[in-house]
Design a protein around this ligand. Sequence first.
Ligand SMILES: [Zn+2]
Length: 315
Amino acid sequence: MKNTFSLKVKDELSRLEPGNSCCLRSELLGFLRAGAVLEVGQSGIQVIATTESPSVVRRAFMLLKRTSSLKVKISCEPRRIHNHNLYAVRLFMQPGLKEFLKRLGYLRSDTDLEKTVIPRKGCCRRAYLRGFFLGAGSMTNPERYYHLELVTGSRKHAAHLIRILRVFDLHARRVERKERQVVYLKEGDEIAAFLTVIGAVKSRLDFENVRVVKGVRNHVNRVVNCETANLNKTVKAACRQLGAIRFLVGRVGLDALPQPLQEVARLRLEQPEATLKELGLQLDPPLGKSGVNHRLRRLEEIAAGLKAQQKKVFR
Ligand SMILES: [Zn+2]
C-alpha cells in the first residue's frame, strides 16, 4: 500500500471545519493550482482535478459549492493507480466559469494561468498551503524516513510556496524532477511544524509518536547491530560508515569537510538504517546509489587518513 500516512493527513484535512470565506477561496486556489489541469478546447475551457482520495474530492466539491454557484461534476475514473480509484472533479464550460476563475486568481486572461496571486493574510496562507497539499502534496510514511513534498509544474509557484513556507519559519528546498518542480521538507521538526500550519493536528501527533518509537528503536538497533558478530554486508558497511563519520565529527567536525561530503555524512548519521538509494533521493539534487557510495567511501578514507596520522603522532 502506497503512502498511507499521506492519505491519512489528507483525510484529516478534508474533515476540518471550512473556516472563513477568505480561507475557502485560498484553499481552493491552492488546490486548483496544485492538482488541476486547464483544458482549452474549441467550445471553451474546462478544469479537471484528479485525486486518489475520496475525502479530497468531497472537500473540493464543498469548496466549490461554498465559493461559487457553478455546476460541479464528480466522477470515479475507471483507471486505478496503486489499488486506489481515481476520482475527478470537473468544472466544464459554463457561464460564469472564466469570471469565477479570474476572481479566484487561477486565471489571468481567458486561457492563461495566473502565476502571481498569493494570499496576503496569515489565515489564507495556511489555507493555501493546505489546498496545495491536498492537490499535489505527499509525505513518506515516517516509519521509513522523513520527506514531505509539494509538486507543481510552475517554477514561479514553487518559488511562492518556498516564500510562504518561510513566513512560517519552514525552510523548504526545491528540486526539478521530470520537468516538475518539487518543493520539499526533510527535517522531522519542520514536517511536524508544517502539519500544524495546515491544520493536521492529529496527524502531527501521530507523526511525533512514530518519531519517538523510531528514535528508541534506532538506538537499540544501532547498538545491537554493530555489536553482533554475524553482520550482513549492508549493515556492516553502514556500521563502518557511521564509525568513520563519528570519528570525523569528534576529530575535525563535519563543517570542516567539503559540502557534498557533509550532506551525506549528516544523512547517514540521522538514518543509520537507510539504504544508499534512500539517502541519495534526499540529496538536492538527488544522487544515485554509486554516487552516494563514492562519497561515503571518501569519508571513510579521510577518517582512515586522520587515524593513521594520529598513530604516527603518538608513536
Ligand atoms: Zn483567510
